[in-house]
Design a protein around this ligand. Structure first.
Ligand code: 5GP
Length: 210
């Protein structure tokens, strides 16, 4: 049974290349914050560690988890399946840990619609411009130009989901962005005043989608 001492759920979503995974790692360094480790059917990348970055599983195992209703949410993203299992999340929240989710807009929608008794704060991270996004994606996928193009096209569709999030934060400079998110979480948990200008964000999205 959820109580006032429970942790809060914090979702970070973003179009690919906006720097969300780094931000989630930075936030998880704060006392009492833990990352929810997702399951995925995608292949591990170099440097990724099984059971730390993801639980890498095959489709059969993923479908078994769906059938057993173990997922709090799951979705297909870029042709792979991704999902968050319920039990580890609820256990962490009940122990008072704040749980960070690095999931896409489909997963965020599903968790929102579950209306769990735990406090939920949702963030959408945006790049400062399309040019910066293009550069970041090109650096990341140096050997695959078509992937960069695919992610840029996907960006134009993904960005439209910003409206469903509590806060949209622009990742212009990593430490700056981290501080903004961290201050907003703090204000949400402690009922403090929030430094947030939605009109500024609306104009930024217009620029990005023009
Ligand atoms: P990547 O393959 O680059 O690690 O992740 C691709 C996308 O899948 C990212 O937008 C990431 O946030 C999202 N993602 C990762 N884990 C989950 C999950 O458990 N559920 C959902 N819905 N999306 C996820």
């Amino acid at each position: 049974m959820p109580t006032a001492n429970d942790g809060v759920m914090i979702i970070l979503s973003s179009p690919s290349g906006a720097g969300k995974t780094t931000l989630v790692r930075m936030l998880s360094q704060q006392p009492n914050f833990e990352i929810s480790v997702s399951h995925t059917t995608r292949q591990p990348r170099k440097n990724e560690i099984q059971n730390k970055d993801y639980y890498f599983v095959n489709e059969i195992e993923f479908k078994r988890l769906i059938k057993n209703e173990e997922f709090l949410e799951y979705a297909k993203v870029f042709n792979n399946l991704y999902g968050t299992t319920r039990t580890p999340v609820i256990d962490k929240l009940n122990k008072g840990k704040n749980v960070l989710f690095d999931i896409d807009w489909q997963g965020a929608d599903q968790i929102k619609n579950k209306k769990l008794d735990y406090k939920l704060i949702t963030f959408y991270i945006l790049p400062p411009s399309k040019n910066v996004l293009f550069e970041r994606l090109s650096d990341r996928h140096m050997d695959d130009k078509s992937l960069v193009e695919e992610r840029m096209n996907q960006f134009s569709r993904d960005v439209l989901h910003w409206i469903n999030y509590d806060y949209v934060v622009i990742n212009d400079e990593l430490n700056n962005c981290f501080k903004k998110i961290s201050n907003l979480i703090d204000a949400e948990i402690n009922n403090g005043s929030k430094d947030y200008d939605i009109e500024f964000i609306r104009k930024h999205v217009e620029k990005l989608t023009f």
